[in-house]
Design a protein around this ligand. Structure first.
Ligand code: AP5
Length: 214
């Protein structure tokens, strides 16, 4: 399975990717998680990405494409992978096609459809583990009262880019730079719409049904 999860921030891509990765034992490749780890580790990439991410903008195509190329070369990607948060620009989509070639091509692109009001509600109430990156939500899936992650014991934080102001900026950037990928993959006949504004379990069922029908 070689699949892309496409959609605006906060539409639940990461939540479903973790589940699917576990179910099929294939890696979830989240460029956001890789960048946040680089920031936490204080690497050169992390230093460059930090300011951009906090502002709600996109890290440069060159850096991201190099990072994904390196990741897809790892042996654990051979049986398949879920791309979560990549590509995010037409240039990234075109590079991915070149990187994979016809034999390793992407099979399907799942578009997560959620209204803007719900996205803002989800992101401003999201909390994240600083250790294992597990997501919680103050409304639908609250973290333990201790403030420590139920999976790894790490500290639960609010991502700096989850303030309402930065969320709105991210949505604007999404409309300008990422939304055109919908048509890009529609033309390749790989786009499938997932009704993602439903409870997590319902979205999961629809995703499973959709993938098994492909
Ligand atoms: P990234 O980490 O990829 O952020 P994003 O795409 O903005 O996605 P999110 O993680 O915000 O949302 P999600 O769709 O995964 O939703 P989630 O499952 O968490 O990127 C961060 C930054 O890195 C970017 O802004 C950019 O600067 C940079 N970057 C990354 N990739 C890049 C690239 N390719 N090119 C350039 N720059 C790049 O769910 C959200 C919340 O809702 C959670 O609290 C969850 O519990 C809850 N939730 C999930 N599903 C449901 C549901 N069905 N009902 C109710 N609540 C739900």
């Amino acid at each position: 399975m070689r699949v892309i999860f496409l959609g605006a921030p906060g539409t639940g891509k990461g939540t479903q990717a973790v589940w699917l990765s576990d179910k099929f034992t294939i890696p979830q490749i989240s460029t956001g998680d890789i960048l946040r780890k680089a920031v936490a580790d204080g690497t050169e990439l992390g230093k460059k990405a930090d300011v951009v991410m906090k502002s709600g903008g996109l890290v440069s195509d060159d850096l991201i494409i190099a990072l994904v190329r390196e990741r897809l070369d790892q042996p654990d990607c051979r049986p398949g992978f879920i791309l979560d948060g990549f590509p995010r620009t037409i240039a990234q989509g075109e590079s991915l096609d070149l990187m994979l070639g016809r034999d390793g091509a992407i099979q399907s692109v799942i578009f997560f459809e959620v209204s803007e009001a719900e996205i803002v509600r989800r992101l401003t109430s999201r909390r994240t583990c600083s250790g294992c990156a597990r997501n919680y939500n103050m409304i639908s899936d609250p973290p333990p009262a201790s403030g420590l992650c139920g999976s790894c014991g790490g500290r639960i934080i609010q991502r700096p880019d989850d303030s309402e102001e930065t969320v709105r900026k991210r949505l604007q950037v999404y409309d300008e730079k990422t939304a055109p990928l919908k048509e890009f993959y529609n033309k390749q006949k790989k786009l499938y719409i997932l009704r993602a504004e439903q409870p997590v379990e319902r979205v999961r069922e629809e995703l499973a049904a959709l993938l098994s029908g492909l």
